[in-house]
Design a protein around this ligand. Structure first.
Ligand code: AMP
Length: 434
C-alpha cells in the first residue's frame, strides 16, 4: 500500500477502495470522512451534519462500497442493494460519478434515475439491474408505482441533503419510499443543518444513530470575507459588470432569485463581453450539464444560478460568490457561500443589496452572528440608505408553491423554483469494474 493511502487505510477501507483513492490522489481524509467512515464500516446508522464541499459524498460512498463488496449479493436477478436519495438531478449526477470513481476497482454497478428525461432508459436500467441506485424521490416513486423499481434488497439507505429534500416538499415521497425498503438495513442521513424537521426524519428512519457534525450548525468557513454593496435595484446589473470588469479576474458564481432573472442576467453579461452561462430549474438536464461543464472548464467565467439549481454543485476552489439578489431564506446564504473558502482557502462573498433587501441582510447577519461590512462602490451609491428593517419583498410568482405531487407544499417559499419530482427521467448505468 502506498504511503499516500495509509491515512485512509487506518480508517479500515479495503485495498480496492484505497487504490481508487490513490488514483485520485486523495491523501488525507476530510474531517467528516475521518469521523463517518469507521462508523459506517461498523454497520451503524449515522446522522451526519455536513455541507457540500466537506467531502461528505466520499464519507458515505467509500464505506458503502466497502460493505457491499464484502457481503454476498442475494441470489436471483440483480436488484439495488444500496439506495441513495438526493434532492436534485445535478447531485444525482455528481454522487453517481463519485461512486463510479471510488468503486472503479470493484465489481459493483451504479446507476441513477431522476426526473426531466424519459422513463424508457431508466426502465431498461432497472431491468438490467444495478447494485447501487442514486435517485431523486419523485421519479423513484413513479418507478415504484409502475413496478419497475424494487427496493426489497436494499441493505443501505442514504438520505443525502435531507434538509433540501424536505425544502423541496419530498417528505411524503421519502416516507413512501422508505416503507418499501426492508426494516433490516443501515441508514445514513446527511444534512447541512440539524433543524427539527431533519431530526424528526432521523428519529423516524434511523436506529440509534451515531451523530457526526463537521461544522457547527449554520456556520461557514471563517476564512470568508462578507461584504455588502448597497445599490439601487436598477443599477445592480451595471455594478455587477463593473465589478467583473475591474476587480475580479477569476471565475465567479452569481446567485439570482428567479429563473428568468438568471437567464436575463447571463444574456446581459454576454452582451457586455463577459462569458456567462445560466443554470436553473427550467433548463433541461443536458443544458444544465453543458453550462456547468463550460464553467468548470473555464469557457464561461460567470455561472448565474438559482439556489435550487446550484445546490450540491461541485465547483472546486471558488474564490468568489456574488449574491446578485439576497436569498429570501437566510439559510440559503450559507448554502451559497459554502461554495467558497473550502478547505481553509480564503473566499469572498459579495452581496449587492438593494434598499428593500436590508431586512434580508439583517436576517443573514443574525444567522452568521456577525455584521456584514457595507461598502459603497464609487459611482453606485444608492439614492437612499438601506432599510435594515424592511420586510422581504416577494413577487406573487415566488410566493406560489410549486407543484408538489408527492408531498405537502413547502412551508418555506424560497424554493418555488424547485424542479418537479415527476417531470421526466434520466438514466445512466455504469459498470465500475474496468
Ligand atoms: P463533497 O463535499 O462530497 O461534494 O466533496 C467536495 C469535493 O472534495 C469533491 O470535489 C471531492 O472530489 C473532493 N474530496 C472529497 N474527499 C477528498 C479528500 N479526502 N481529499 C481531497 N479531495 C477530496
Amino acid at each position: 500500500m502506498t504511503i499516500e493511502s495509509s491515512a485512509f487505510e487506518a480508517l479500515g477501507l479495503p485495498p480496492a477502495v484505497l487504490r481508487a483513492l490513490a488514483d485520485k490522489n486523495y491523501t488525507t481524509p476530510t474531517p467528516i470522512q475521518q469521523q463517518a467512515i469507521p462508523l459506517v464500516l461498523s454497520g451503524r446508522d449515522v446522522l451526519g451534519g455536513a455541507q457540500t464541499g466537506t467531502g461528505k459524498t466520499a464519507a458515505f460512498s467509500l464505506p458503502l462500497l466497502a460493505r457491499l463488496s464484502k457481503a454476498t449479493p442475494p441470489n436471483g436477478p440483480r436488484r439495488p442493494r444500496a439506495l441513495i436519495l438526493v434532492p436534485t438531478r445535478e447531485l444525482a449526477v455528481q454522487v453517481n460519478e463519485s461512486i463510479r470513481n471510488y468503486g472503479r476497482h470493484l465489481r459493483l454497478t451504479t446507476g441513477m434515475i431522476f426526473g426531466g428525461v424519459g422513463m424508457g432508459p431508466q426502465m431498461d436500467l432497472l431491468r438490467r439491474g444495478v447494485d447501487i441506485l442514486v435517485a431523486t424521490p419523485g421519479r423513484l416513486i413513479d418507478h415504484l408505482e409502475r413496478g419497475t423499481a424494487k427496493l426489497d434488497a436494499i441493505e443501505i439507505l442514504v438520505l443525502d441533503e435531507a434538509d433540501r429534500m424536505l425544502d423541496m416538499g419530498f417528505l411524503a415521497a421519502i416516507k413512501r419510499i422508505v416503507q418499501q425498503v426492508p426494516k433490516q438495513r443501515q441508514t445514513l442521513l446527511f444534512s447541512a443543518t440539524f433543524e427539527s424537521r431533519v431530526r424528526g426524519l432521523a428519529m423516524e428512519f434511523l436506529r440509534n444513530p451515531a451523530e457526526v457534525e463537521v461544522a457547527a450548525r449554520n456556520t461557514i468557513a471563517s476564512t470568508i470575507q462578507h461584504i455588502a454593496h448597497p445599490v439601487d435595484n436598477s443599477r445592480k446589473r451595471d455594478l455587477l459588470t463593473h465589478l467583473l470588469a475591474t476587480r475580479f479576474q477569476d471565475r465567479v458564481l452569481v446567485f439570482g432569485k428567479t429563473k428568468h432573472g438568471c437567464n436575463r442576467l447571463a444574456e446581459q453579461l454576454e452582451e457586455s463581453g463577459i462569458k456567462a452561462v445560466a443554470i436553473h430549474g427550467n433548463k433541461s438536464q443536458a443544458q444544465r450539464q453543458k453550462a456547468l461543464d463550460a464553467f468548470k472548464a473555464g469557457r464561461a467565467r460567470v455561472l448565474v444560478a438559482t439556489d435550487v439549481a446550484a445546490r450540491g454543485l461541485d465547483i472546486p476552489a471558488l474564490p468568489l460568490v456574488i449574491n446578485y439578489d439576497l436569498p429570501l431564506v437566510a439559510e440559503d446564504y450559507v448554502h451559497r457561500i459554502g461554495r467558497t473558502g473550502r478547505n481553509g482557502a480564503t473566499g469572498e462573498a459579495i452581496s449587492l443589496v438593494a434598499i428593500d433587501e436590508g431586512g434580508l441582510l439583517s436576517q443573514v447577519q443574525k444567522l452568521l452572528g456577525q455584521n456584514v461590512r457595507q461598502v459603497l462602490v464609487e459611482g453606485f451609491a444608492p439614492s437612499q440608505p438601506l432599510r435594515m428593517d424592511a420586510k422581504p419583498v416577494q413577487s406573487k410568482r415566488q410566493a406560489r408553491p410549486s407543484a408538489r405531487p408527492h408531498g405537502k407544499p413547502a412551508v418555506r417559499h424560497a424554493h418555488a423554483q424547485a424542479p418537479k419530482g415527476r417531470s421526466g427521467a434520466g438514466a445512466q448505468r455504469s459498470r465500475m469494474a474496468r
